[in-house]
Design a protein around this ligand. Structure first.
Ligand code: FES
Length: 202
């Protein structure tokens, strides 16, 4: 299922105002737009028998933009840039596992800034986290002015990607789970499942 198909299905359900071109402008607008989709019951995974969550060996693929669905390589992720939103991609079927629960924020950090746990699961400073805010489920799409933290535009929660996604400022109180990565054939590959629960506490 492509990203556009997922969006279209969600629109049919909840009539969220969607504009794919606008969605390519990341930030607050994206936060509001995607967060409206997150409330939609149709915006869920439908990937048959496969584990619908990121699985070991999955590649990461761009969620948006000119490179949509293309596999991400470490060189695609620039130090200090806006988080790249991504989905896992099945290496066998080529299917992009597009669902609200699978949206990832991929960033590059100074390798010297990483905690030992994060360094173990990073690729040359590139790390991946669930982009589903643990406060109320908005997408975490921006960085703070220092370009080292992840910020949710909905209510301002700040997370530290160099230290397992811990909360630096609320209202969220649970860290963002990290998705361990490894390098394989020059591509970013999922090395293990999320290291904690995704999204808001239920
Ligand atoms: Fe992210 Fe509220 S949903 S801070």
């Amino acid at each position: 299922m492509t990203t556009k198909n997922v969006i279209a299905r969600a629109c049919n359900c909840c009539n969220a105002a969607m504009d794919l071109d606008r969605r390519r402008t990341l930030g607050g607008v994206l936060g509001v737009t995607l967060s409206s989709l997150f409330a939609c019951p149709a915006f869920a995974s439908g990937h048959g028998e496969r584990n619908p969550r990121p699985s070991v060996g999955d590649r990461l693929a761009f969620m948006l933009g000119a490179n949509e669905n293309r596999t991400i390589r470490p060189d695609d992720v620039e130090l200090g840039s806006t988080p790249i939103l991504a989905y896992p991609k099945d290496p066998d079927s080529g299917e992009v596992m597009a669902s609200r629960a699978n949206i990832l924020a991929v960033v590059r950090l100074d390798p010297d800034s990483l905690s030992s746990e994060v360094a173990e699961h990073a690729v040359d400073g590139v790390v991946a986290y669930s982009a589903l805010c643990t406060h109320n489920g908005c997408p975490v799409t921006v960085r703070d002015p220092t370009k080292t933290k992840l910020v949710c535009n909905c209510h301002g929660s700040v997370f530290d990607p160099a230290n397992r996604g811990v909360v630096l400022d609320g209202p969220a109180y649970r860290r963002l789970p990290m998705l361990p990565l490894r390098l394989e054939s020059g591509e970013l590959v999922v090395a293990a499942p999320f290291d904690g629960p995704i999204g808001p506490p239920t």
